[in-house]
Design a protein around this ligand. Sequence first.
Ligand SMILES: [Zn+2]
Ligand SMILES: [Zn+2]
Length: 354
Amino acid sequence: MRGLTRPLWPIRYKPLPDELLSSWLMRLAHGHGQKVQTFCNLIFGNQRQVWNRDIDRLGPAWLIEELAASTGTHLDRARLTTLRGFEGTLFKSFKTSGHLPWIQTLQMYHRKREGFGMQFCPLCLAESNPPYFRRSWRISFKTVCTKHQVAMLDRCPACQHAIAFHRIEMGKAEHDRLPSMRHCHACGFDLGAAIGVPPKTFQCPDALRWLCEVIQRLDSATDDELDVDPDLLSVYRYLASMMLSKRGAGLNVLTAAEIGADAIAFTHERRLSLEGSDLATRHQILLQAAWLMQDPASRIEAAWQAKAVRYNHLIKDFEDMPEWYRTSVIGQIERRPYTHRKPRRHPSKASSPG
Ligand SMILES: [Zn+2]
Ligand SMILES: [Zn+2]
């Protein structure tokens, strides 16, 4: 009802398909001929900080409601510009801080972004007019644009800076021509002109095919409906994340060999998360995990038989372990002679969650 009782803005762009909130806000500012910071100060005042947080993840109600009401956009549609809509599919329940499964972190530091959490496909960016950033580009397993069959990018190919399109006007005078979101904020390179290269397959096109099927489901998601089994995704993420950690080191080596890749050597000095890792690392680890996912019961059991992974590491800290994984994967190992495996869990640890 608010849209009926307040004046609409002169420019009323609606969100484009799969558009991110931050991208929509940026287009609206530029549509009004203003730098995004000036526009935000004008609309929300100096007290509301927009760009020192991950608005696409947090989806502040005051921001979404303002944009919806002032552009005549349905509130439900406006809400779909944020990553919260993946609750129940990519992650069980939304939280404002800490790692959110499958959502790439931006690693905000003041208004800067130190992490490589904003990915893009140069061809998608080049062919859309106006250029804009997609919600699905923030998803960890989207390492390939299945439409163009090219690898996604997570940094400017010219200067290697992370993507921060809200900073492209930094240092520009108010009357300067507003730069397009297609350009790198740090060096001005036209990101839409970046060369698209085919995704790495190593020696295992089947693993890439498996991953691309998951990505295609994300791409064809309508509104909040994502046609992918949350249980499958949670096992996939569990295995991929494990391979980034010390306890998954053996599994990392084994699966890298299976897909014909050199295993990435991790120092394990600091905890590396799937959602905080760069695109090249993530893509390879996701392919390795995809190889396991193609036949999880027998491939995981074989890895365990080869002592590449310990039994208790396959269940450790696995919250909400899906029933099929519990019965077919873990159950299969449990049915093997007891001497092969370590005790399931030390009695004194049985009650502790981790
Ligand atoms: Zn594309
Ligand atoms: Zn650059």
